[in-house]
Design a protein around this ligand. Structure first.
Ligand code: EPU
Length: 434
């Protein structure tokens, strides 16, 4: 199992280019299932999760090729069996978004229930209610969701709000299913995340009739058939935000290219509140931090609020602020596995329910730490860049799921991160993942 040894502290400087968004690529891969023929996805990141989704599509009967970096060619002419196996779904929650497309195209789907993971319970009840509203009959049997719509789905009004706001993948599922339903579907309280808007734009290229893209009210007029597509995925705002915070936490000066600042407004505002200078720069921005880090409070919210996927990384930054901050998590109230690990590095963090009180410390001190999930591991890497000494981050397979070669890209900015494999024979455990 690979580990990172991070020699700190360092000051990052230089230029880094952001890849295509993981969380846009995965549902767009699922969208290929809606049409017979060969679709092309460009700027797909080379990540463990994308490879696993390729495997899932192949098991359904699709032909999947990656002829060159960033390009995915998916032939969904034939679906042998609309079945999402537990062995894959439990390892990657995004697999659940094959349910809507399979149901719409094959009128029957069996997909494993994903189960919980390190960041919380993560139920799929809203996905299922949405599909039921479209007329699907849904049963749970042996850990599988068995969905049937023998006469096809029918458009209706669907409300997708839940206790923590809308649902991102739930919106993807219901929107994809509705594209082939009879009549009009109105989704209220739809997720507005840029990845959902990107999926909707891709569905439009397939011939879907969708309006309200990017808003909480999507109107979808079902069509009889969709066609394959060619689509370039948007840049990964979470990867971009991670590099921006990396610059700030190291007192650095980093230009982040291929980054859409309009997708990161809440993060830019909070970075500026900490004293970072964020300047738009061509197709991205430059982030620098000269003085001491100032404290600030953050509350994660659905888009356009502060993203939960950057909460852990921002907490690492606030841990070094001159003063106290409060971090409130309103999307996944249990997403705090990084707190104890950052405290191992001499941070002063106290969890109180869905909030963490951050008392800024003068310095972080290197320690062996354990990555628990994708974004928590990114936070530990950022902390390691700023900490004095050699931090070892265990279980970095978590980070490989969402960041392509992160150590090489940070090293190109001046980091000193070494990937090591102390026990080449041990395979990463096949546990439930984000
Ligand atoms: N929820 C329900 N019922 C549902 C669905 C969700 O109660 O049926 C709750 C969740 O438990 C959570 C909240 O609603 O409290 C929001 O969950 P959501 O469904 O929006 O999350 P998701 O679609 O499963 C995606 C991203 C996550 C990201 C969240 C929130 C992908 C593949 N995953 O998950 O990304 O944190 O939206 O923005 O798009 C990551 O990349 O590290 C990651 C975890």
């Amino acid at each position: 199992m690979d580990i990172f040894c991070i020699q700190g502290p360092v000051r990052l400087s230089g230029q880094v280019t952001v890849n295509g968004a993981k969380n846009a690529t995965l549902p767009i891969m699922a969208a290929t299932l809606l049409a017979e023929g060969v679709s092309q996805i460009r700027h797909a990141p080379d990540l463990a999760d994308v490879s696993l989704f390729c495997k899932l599509l192949r098991e359904l009967g699709c032909k999947v090729e990656r002829p060159r970096k960033g390009l995915l060619v998916i032939d969904a002419t034939k679906i042998d069996r609309p079945f999402g196996d537990y062995e894959i779904v439990r390892r990657m929650r995004a697999s659940i978004c094959i349910l809507g497309p399979l149901l719409a195209r094959c009128r029957h789907a069996e997909v494993s229930m994903p189960g919980g993971c390190a960041i919380g319970d993560r139920p799929v009840d809203i996905h299922l209610c949405g599909l039921q509203a479209l007329g699907a009959k849904i049963e749970l049997k042996g850990g599988y969701i068995i969905a049937d719509a023998p006469n096809g789905l029918t458009g209706t009004e669907v409300f997708l709000g839940g206790p923590f706001g809308s649902t991102v993948l739930g919106t993807a599922n219901v929107m994809m299913a509705a594209t082939l339903a009879k009549g009009r579907t109105v989704i209220e309280s739809a997720a507005c995340e840029p990845e959902i808007a990107d999926l909707a734009r891709c569905l439009r290229k397939m011939g879907a009739r969708i309006s309200g893209i990017g808003s909480p009210r999507l109107v979808i007029d079902g069509v009889k058939q969709l066609r394959p597509f060619k689509h370039t995925v948007i840049p990964d705002r979470i990867e971009a935000g991670t590099f921006m915070i990396a610059s700030a936490i190291t007192g650095g000066h980093v230009t982040v290219k291929n980054c859409r600042l309009e997708h990161l407004m809440a993060v830019v505002e909070k970075l500026r509140a900490t004293g970072a200078i964020v300047e738009p720069d061509g197709d991205g921005c430059t982030v620098s931090m000269e003085g001491p880090i100032r404290p600030t409070d953050i509350t994660t919210l659905p888009y356009p609020g502060f993203p939960t996927d950057l909460q852990a990384q921002f907490m690492a930054l606030l841990a070094l602020a001159k003063g106290n901050s409060v971090v409130v998590e309103k999307v996944f109230p249990d997403r705090f596995m990084h707190v104890a690990e950052l405290n191992r590095m001499a941070a002063n963090l106290r969890k109180e329910g869905p909030a963490v009180l951050v008392t800024g410390v003068k310095e972080l001190i290197a320690a062996p730490v354990m990555a628990s999930d994708l974004r928590a591991s990114a936070a530990l890497v950022l902390a390691g860049l700023a900490a004095k000494g050699v931090t070892t981050v265990n279980r970095v397979y978590h980070i490989d799921r969402g960041y392509e070669r992160i150590e090489q890209r940070l090293n190109a900015l001046g980091a000193k991160i070494f990937r090591e494999n102390p026990d080449a024979k041990t395979e990463p455990p096949q546990t439930e993942r984000d």
